[in-house]
Design a binder for this molecule. Structure first.
Ligand SMILES: *Cc1c(COP(=O)(O)O)cnc(C)c1O
Length: 374
């Protein structure tokens, strides 16, 4: 069976991910910033990870320890970073397989030290400062500084590697010169007290890149942990409005097959209750419209609002676990049952689509493109 004809199909263009990576690694390098490639958004697909490594990422990072261990086992040797605080049961494996962890609890750091001693191994930590986004990190700057001094002066195996912050996750707070400069001031204070430079000041994720592009990033920031901009590349262009002609926002395309085409009313008929997921949606009556149903659903992509139809005149109407309904009334294309429709996507879709076993994955690689063009 030709698996490139098995749908739903996620077409992953490794060349485009490579372009995004090389472009961002370069512009960050100019500002003295290295990149940790965050791979959780693509379920650590090794083909993609290779591209990030080859493109110049200094570290590989994930919040899921299994993904990082899996890559080590596949022989990928890049220095790795666990970007979610380790759980109790992960302590042993963290010391065994992980080079750097992000931390904000002394209790956990002490457990890591103990395990290091057992394994006679050193381990680097980055202390996280919460600058207002209200997810992980010390909220109190003195507490972070005290912890840094505690590690530096009292722990033998745990090495204070640096400090970092995370923004735009829970609280949707924008990184700014001001909040990141505050992080740098804290770093300066620690450096003064320990009498040496910290190795890493990690200033956030994809949403910090606008400060890099606008030349407004504080000098002291020397690392960013980037996922979306490398892997999908859509946010800087579609959300932030940057014109980046060296970047691609169509690194991944979902292809799905049409299994029904009918003209139907747009307003459901009968007494309304709840949809398949217990929600009470609202419906707009647009009269009779031509609609197609595709064999792909929420189980695969979760949010249909983040899918971007690539054919003109197509509008996503809604979805259930295994069906996606699209309005094709205004399309110039004469779609037929059995035809394939393509969608671009935002980060949330890649997160789910890459981890679904029901979605066939197809990788486009440099050699193949060359063949196509030859
Ligand atoms: C997911 C994550 C990132 C990467 O975020 P992107 O928006 O994909 O760049 C960076 N740091 C931490 C702590 C994360 O959890």
């Amino acid at each position: 069976m030709d698996t490139t004809k098995c749908y739903p199909l996620l077409e992953i263009n490794l060349n485009k991910i490579s372009d995004n990576t090389k472009y961002l690694v370069d512009i960050c390098k100019e500002k003295g910033i290295n990149i940790a490639g965050v791979i959780k958004g693509v379920n650590a697909q090794p083909q993609i990870v290779d591209v990030l490594v080859e493109g110049g990422c200094k570290y590989l990072a994930s919040s899921r320890i299994e993904q990082l261990i899996g890559l080590k086992e596949k022989g990928i040797k890049k220095e790795n970073m666990l970007i979610r605080m380790p759980m109790r049961h992960e302590i042993k494996e963290a010391i065994q397989h992980i080079d750097i962890t992000l931390n904000s609890e002394v209790k956990t750091i002490n457990l890591l030290e103990k395990e290091c001693k057992k394994q006679n191994k050193e381990h680097k930590v980055i202390l996280m400062m919460d600058l207002g986004d209200l997810r992980e990190g010390f909220f109190n700057k003195d507490e972070l500084i005290d912890t840094a001094l505690y590690i530096e002066n009292n722990l033998k195996y745990i090495k204070l590697y640096g400090i970092g912050t995370n923004l735009s996750c829970y609280g949707s707070i924008k990184p700014s010169y001001e909040n990141l400069n505050y992080l740098c001031e804290i770093a300066g204070e620690i450096e003064y007290k320990i009498g040496r430079k910290l190795d890493i000041i990690s200033g956030g994720s994809t949403t910090t890149l606008p400060l890099v592009l606008d030349d407004k990033i504080p000098d002291k920031i020397n690392n960013l942990r980037i996922g979306e901009a490398l892997l999908v590349g859509r946010d800087l262009i579609d959300y932030w409005g940057y014109e980046l002609n060296k970047m691609h926002k169509d690194t991944m395309i979902l292809k799905a097959e049409i299994i029904e085409i009918k003209e139907k009313p747009t307003y459901p008929i009968g007494e309304m209750f709840l949809d398949a997921f217990g929600n009470k949606p609202t419906y707009e009556d647009k009269g009779i419209r031509k609609r197609a149903i595709l064999a792909v659903g929420k189980q695969d992509f979760v949010n249909d609002r983040d899918l971007v139809p690539l054919d003109e005149g197509i509008e996503i109407v809604g979805s259930s676990s295994d069906h996606l309904i699209v309005d094709i009334q205004n399309s110039q294309i004469n779609f037929q049952v059995g035809d394939i429709m393509s969608f671009g996507m935002f980060y949330s879709n890649t997160l789910y689509l890459t981890s679904s076993k029901y979605v066939n994955k197809y990788y486009i690689q440099l050699e193949e493109l060359e063949k196509e063009y030859a």
